[in-house]
Design a protein around this ligand. Structure first.
Ligand SMILES: NC(=O)C1=CN([C@@H]2O[C@H](COP(=O)(O)OP(=O)(O)OC[C@H]3O[C@@H](n4cnc5c(N)ncnc54)[C@H](O)[C@@H]3O)[C@@H](O)[C@H]2O)C=CC1
Ligand SMILES: O=C(O)[C@@H]1CCC=N1
Length: 276
């Protein structure tokens, strides 16, 4: 276990990870965070009782650096870190699209880099984090990254060549389910249900379906067929979903997300910078 872990750019994902590490029993004194804005630093200190320091200090003091800034901010952060790091540090990047090569070429030669794509259910210890090794990352480094991300859910190793696809499926995945639930709540309103009741009905349906998908061992098609009675209600809804091309929309949507992840690897210069 590393002596000191630093989360650089502790925004939504970085803070979720800090929370998971603390819930998992890591003492606050063995965590550091960095933030761009003073108010953000103060909020992190108040909520988690951890030290919030400069990027240079974090790089000097921590032996594991988790980079959780936006892909568009990664080059600037790496330039800032490079003079303060050494190849005995493990660097973990959680940024969409950013390749291990991108990180390696901006840090001292031989720095071990691991690329991880988590997702926001990390906040409730139900994340999936996809992990890939860079050129200098050993089995021990991968194991260490797994140990960190196991604190917020499950982990899965994949070759880096599949990280952009994994980002489209898993990193962005929760958003698609929230979008579907949002649309189905609207449908409940259309059918005359109060919004809060529509919300409760569809959230419980989503939860029940998700537990069955995970625990039953049945294929999604089998589970759907069990709901779809002959001449019943469900098949009428399915016909409309097929007519509107929902399946094809998902294929196109995830391909677009994968392509955006690939573009971010080239620096993501077409995307607006965020001021978060
Ligand atoms: N939000 C999500 O669902 C997921 C996000 N990611 C990745 O995690 C990274 C962060 O995403 P979010 O947490 O959503 O963004 P965010 O904007 O909430 O967090 C990024 C934080 O980094 C700070 N920051 C930027 N430059 C900095 C610097 N030089 N020094 C210190 N702090 C700096 C920003 O002020 C911000 O608080 C991105 O690269 C994203 O691709 C990965 C998986 C899922
Ligand atoms: O939308 C994004 O770029 C980030 C990466 C995966 C989920 N959120």
């Amino acid at each position: 276990m590393s002596q000191m872990i630093a989360v650089l750019g502790a925004g939504k994902i970085g803070e979720a990870l800090l929370g998971g590490l603390l819930r998992g029993g890591r003492p606050p004194a063995r965590l550091l965070a960095t933030a761009r804005r003073a108010e953000r630093a103060e909020a992190l200190r108040a909520r988690h009782g951890i030290e919030v320091v400069t990027n240079a200090e974090a790089a000097t003091r921590a032996d594991t650096l988790i980079l959780a800034v936006k892909p568009q901010d990664m080059a600037t952060l790496l330039t800032e870190l490079a003079p303060h790091t050494a190849p005995d540090r493990l660097v973990i990047s959680a940024a969409a699209g950013i390749t291990t090569a991108f990180v390696e070429e901006r840090l001292p030669a031989g720095t071990p880099v691991v690329r991880v794509m988590p997702n926001t259910p990390a906040l409730v210890d139900e994340a999936m984090s996809v992990i890939s090794a860079g050129a200098h990352a050993t089995e021990e480094h991968l194991g260490h990254a797994e140990e960190i991300f196991d604190s917020v859910g499950k982990t899965l190793r994949l070759p880096e060549s599949q990280q952009d696809a994994a980002t489209a499926l898993s990193g962005s995945g929760p958003a698609y389910f929230y979008f579907l639930v949002e649309a189905m709540i609207d449908a409940g309103i259309l059918l005359g249900l109060p919004r809060d009741k529509a919300h409760d009905l569809i959230v419980q349906a989503a939860h029940g379906a998700s537990v069955m998908l995970r625990d039953s061992g049945d294929h999604p098609v089998t589970l759907r067929e069990a709901v779809t009675s002959p001449a019943g209600t469900t098949i009428n809804a399915i016909r409309e979903l097929e007519k509107h091309g929902v399946r094809a929309a998902f294929l196109d949507a995830l391909e677009a997300a994968r392509d955006r992840s690939r573009a971010l690897a080239a620096g993501g210069e077409t995307a607006p910078r965020t001021g978060a």
